[in-house]
Unconditional design. Structure first.
Length: 192
């Protein structure tokens, strides 16, 4: 058997990994569809939230991979509308969060999600450095990663004069605590 096939054959079932890492039981979902019916991003998603759960329930590796390659997991806003409507209390935003991380780990990120990922990374850089969101740092990081250098520059002056953009970052006092949080998260990630 080819090495890659052996790795695939030994890979734990994704729904079990979800349970282990989020304590969410995908098998509780009975496909009523209320989550998808209320999702504000449903029209943009390539796979509906309830379908994502159904695909993971099947334990079919090809369907698991399709979920991890989907754009839907990146479009989820974590608005929790689905969670609030679910009769089985399935925390879909939490599951989506885990699926995004797993998609990165397996290098299966949907090409259309690259800009969303760039935004996430720039946001985290800002929090890592200042402990807060520094808008101009976030915008600069995002633009450098995506090379969309001129995108939305026309709105910057209005935002600045309306007090929405600070030229200089404000920082939290206890930056060591922020450092510890990031280090802990990285350690946990390495153990997954
Ligand atoms: S609302 Fe809950 S039970 Fe119904 S399909 Fe969505 S996740 Fe499943
Ligand atoms: S949390 Fe995500 S999946 Fe759930 S309703 Fe909001 S956008 Fe849709």
């Amino acid at each position: 058997m080819h090495d890659q096939n052996i790795v695939e054959a030994l890979r734990p079932v994704l729904k079990h990994k979800v349970k282990e890492n989020t304590e969410e039981d995908i098998m509780l979902c009975y496909q009523c569809g209320k989550c998808s019916a209320g999702c504000p991003l449903i029209d943009e998603m390539d796979i509906a939230p309830n379908q994502i759960l159904r695909m993971l329930q099947t334990e079919i590796p090809e369907l698991e991979e399709k979920v991890l390659k989907s754009l839907a997991i990146w479009l989820c806003l974590a608005c929790e509308q689905c969670y609030s409507r679910c009769p089985k209390d399935v925390d879909l935003p939490k599951i989506m969060d885990y699926l995004r991380a797993e998609s990165i780990r397996r290098d299966l990120v949907n090409p259309k999600a690259k800009e969303i990922l760039a935004f996430h990374k720039s946001f985290l850089d800002s929090v890592r450095l200042t402990g807060k969101l520094y808008e101009i740092g976030l915008i600069a990081g995002y633009k450098m990663r995506t090379m969309h250098l001129l995108q939305d520059v026309n709105v910057a002056p209005t935002m600045y004069f309306n007090g929405k953009l600070n030229l200089f970052p404000s920082q939290v006092k206890n930056k060591k605590a922020i450092k510890r949080i990031f280090e802990k998260a990285l350690r946990e990630e390495e153990n997954k």
